[in-house]
Design a protein around this ligand. Structure first.
Ligand SMILES: NC(=O)c1ccc[n+]([C@@H]2O[C@H](COP(=O)([O-])OP(=O)(O)OC[C@H]3O[C@@H](n4cnc5c(N)ncnc54)[C@H](O)[C@@H]3O)[C@@H](O)[C@H]2O)c1
Ligand SMILES: [Fe+2]
Length: 388
């Protein structure tokens, strides 16, 4: 294995996960047990106004609820996190409950930092700079994708630099994650597919990352197996609670894996496309993933052969490279079959923009964990051109 010569690592994640149908109704009990008394919910206006999810959270929190911030935006900006921190501070929040996709969870992580440390969110940019526990945070994901409920990272869009930046710290893990499949039955097909492929990308990228180790490998491989089997079922039958639940668990495992092993080139490109052209994070990851796999085939064929097996491919008699290539081909077919046929041109990306996008992707915080160094922006241009 790629880590046989050097196997030192620290493994960390959110300490407690409650999973089950209607388990969100236990939120108030959990919050009480944690000694929280002024919880502010962090969500977006769509979930607050057009679904019953916020009402369900309010009901279980009862008198522990101190306010609701509905200013979460997709790909949250530094300004949106700062605004949330001002609101939560005004309510005297002693804790945060994020309700939504990765954007809500990441916003709550950012607010937790500003409430505790003061200043503005970008004052705290970077890795491992936070010195102690942050504002308590219970994460309730409503997409099965980012795994942010398990990770030590918040992803922040900085419109000035037109780039995504990060805060990473073991103090950013939420204190509790609540996974309730009933929260996902209203997730539209396109978002179901795209967020599911974000999880798939985490799981696959962990297999090849330079920080990978046996624990992240195991979580990632199982996540790939589950996503292959259950993501199509979620699309066929959106209210299939078994399939929705399996996808939540897969996203959770893949998030746990990548928070420790890190992602690499595929995410560097997806972050850049999200920051510059508003391409949804999971969609960008999905359409790029087969091409990234082929790009790394010369150094990661053994790992991609394991991915092939997890995807249900019969690899008997194949060389690692044949099996790895088969995995990339099947991944491409899978992405198309679940309806992710977007091209970058659909988002206004032109050939002229590719070199600039490649330059920004080269500076993304994840690219250094690639299984071989990516030295040439032209390599990235060529991958991006394949999905133009
Ligand atoms: N911190 C991390 O570890 C991490 C990891 C991966 C991605 N991310 C970040 O997460 C963000 C993407 O998160 P996402 O893909 O979950 O999407 P999202 O949170 O941006 O949500 C997308 C849309 O889905 C809607 N939505 C969410 N749940 C719904 C439901 N149950 N029913 C109907 N609509 C629903 C939201 O209202 C929103 O409009 C990006 O900013 C990305 O950078 C963070
Ligand atoms: Fe991601």
């Amino acid at each position: 294995m790629r880590y046989d010569a050097d196997l030192n690592f620290v493994y960390a994640h959110t300490p407690k996960v409650a999973f089950g149908v209607n388990v969100v109704a236990d939120l108030g009990t959990y919050a009480g047990e944690m000694g929280l008394s002024k919880a502010v919910v962090i969500t977006d206006s769509f979930l607050a106004e057009k679904t019953d999810l916020l009402d369900r959270v309010k009901q279980t929190l009862g008198p522990l609820l101190a306010g609701v911030f509905t200013g979460v935006i997709p790909d949250p900006t530094a300004a949106s996190m700062d605004a949330g921190a001002v609101y939560a501070g005004e309510q005297g929040a002693d804790s945060l409950i994020s309700l939504g996709g990765g954007s809500a969870i990441d916003t709550a992580k950012g607010i937790a930092v500003v409430l505790k440390e003061g200043g503005k969110i970008l004052d705290h940019e970077g890795y491992h700079a936070l010195e102690g526990p942050q504002t308590p945070h219970i994460a309730i994901p409503t997409t099965a994708g980012t795994g942010s409920e398990m990770t030590m990272v918040t992803v922040i869009k900085d419109p000035e630099r037109k780039q995504k930046t990060f805060i990473g710290s073991f103090h950013l893990h939420p204190n509790l994650a609540i996974l309730d499949p009933t929260l996902l039955t209203g997730l539209p097909p396109k978002l179901t597919a795209a967020t599911g492929m974000d999880a798939m990308s985490h799981a696959v990228e962990c297999q090849i990352s330079s920080l990978g180790q046996p624990v992240s490998d195991a979580y990632g491989i199982e996540a790939i197996r589950i996503i292959t089997n259950y993501l199509p079922r979620c699309l066929e039958k959106p209210d299939d609670l078994l399939a929705r639940g399996r996808m939540q668990i897969a996203a959770n495992m893949a998030g746990t894996a990548f928070s420790n092993a890190m992602c690499s080139l595929n995410h560097a490109m997806a972050h850049t496309l999200g920051a510059r052209h508003g391409v949804h994070h999971g969609t960008a990851n999905a359409i790029l993933l087969p091409h990234t796999m082929r790009y790394f085939m010369d150094v990661s064929a053994v790992e991609f052969a394991r991915v092939a097996v997890a995807m249900g491919i019969d690899t008997s008699g194949m060389s690692a490279e044949e099996a790895g290539n088969k995995a990339a081909d099947q991944m491409e077919q899978f992405v198309e079959a679940i309806g992710l046929t977007d091209r970058l041109g659909d988002y206004g990306v032109t050939e002229d923009a590719l070199a600039g996008l490649a330059d920004v992707a080269m500076t993304d915080g994840t690219i250094i964990y690639s299984p071989k160094p990516v030295f040439e922006p032209q390599d990235i241009v060529e991958i991006l051109r394949k999905v133009l």
